[in-house]
Design a protein around this ligand. Structure first.
Ligand code: SF4
Ligand code: SF4
Length: 203
């Protein structure tokens, strides 16, 4: 059965809209002036101070928002202490990637390198940052902490499609938000006490 809803009763002032329009403009102007003046208040590190009721805006790009620690920024490939990539070209990240935007070509280390036959390295490693949906699955899938999204950087704007294709050299040149190329959670390397050994005899 249809329910009859009574029309709300309005006063004469409300029916005229003049008073209500004035109230709306008053609220808008209060917000406007509060934000104009609060935009000049910064803390000692230059971050805009926000007060309860302020509209949360920044004058980008002069002012930059501080991203939270877990912000997923553009990718980086972490380094070992000798500067080589931690990546062992296992393809776990590209397999997990729902956007299929990671392209890896694996290669063997040179003859005589102790890592030859034990692990591989990425000869080619390209991420299409424009196709990426920043889900973080690649970081979760990586067994070596070799790919991270803790750079603290968002993708810089560009009018050229090619600028969004990050190759291995680009990915390795991006430091973490802490300014280093390492990772806080590396796997154990051959020779280290926590490493199980590179063959079944644990040598
Ligand atoms: S963040 Fe997600 S979409 Fe982007 S490369 Fe990693 S897995 Fe692919
Ligand atoms: S970044 Fe990690 S998951 Fe991706 S290929 Fe390298 S080692 Fe494997």
């Amino acid at each position: 059965m249809a329910k009859l809803i009574e029309k709300p009763k309005m006063t004469l002032a409300e029916k005229s809209y003049v008073w209500e329009t004035g109230k709306g403009l008053g609220l808008t102007m209060t917000r406007f002036f509060r934000n104009v003046f609060s935009a000049r208040e910064h803390d000692s590190e230059g971050h805009k101070l926000l007060r309860r009721g302020d509209i949360d805006t920044v004058n980008y790009p002069e002012e930059k928002r501080v991203y939270p620690e877990r912000f997923r920024g553009v990718h980086r490939l972490t380094h070992r202490l000798d500067g080589s990539p931690r990546c062992v070209a296992c393809l776990c990240c590209s397999t997990a990637c729902p956007a299929q935007c990671i392209h890896i070509e694996a290669a063997e280390y040179a003859e005589g390198d102790p890592r030859r036959g034990y692990e591989r390295y990425p000869k080619v490693f390209v991420i299409d940052e424009l196709r990426c949906i920043f889900c973080g699955f690649c970081v979760e899938a990586c067994p070596c902490d070799a790919i991270r999204m803790d750079s603290g950087l968002h993708m810089p704007p560009s009018t050229q499609r090619s600028h969004f294709m990050f190759d291995k050299a680009t990915l390795m040149a991006i430091p973490g938000a802490d300014g280093t190329f390492q990772t806080a959670n590396p796997r154990h390397e051959p020779g280290e006490s926590g490493h199980p050994g590179i063959d079944r005899e644990h040598h």
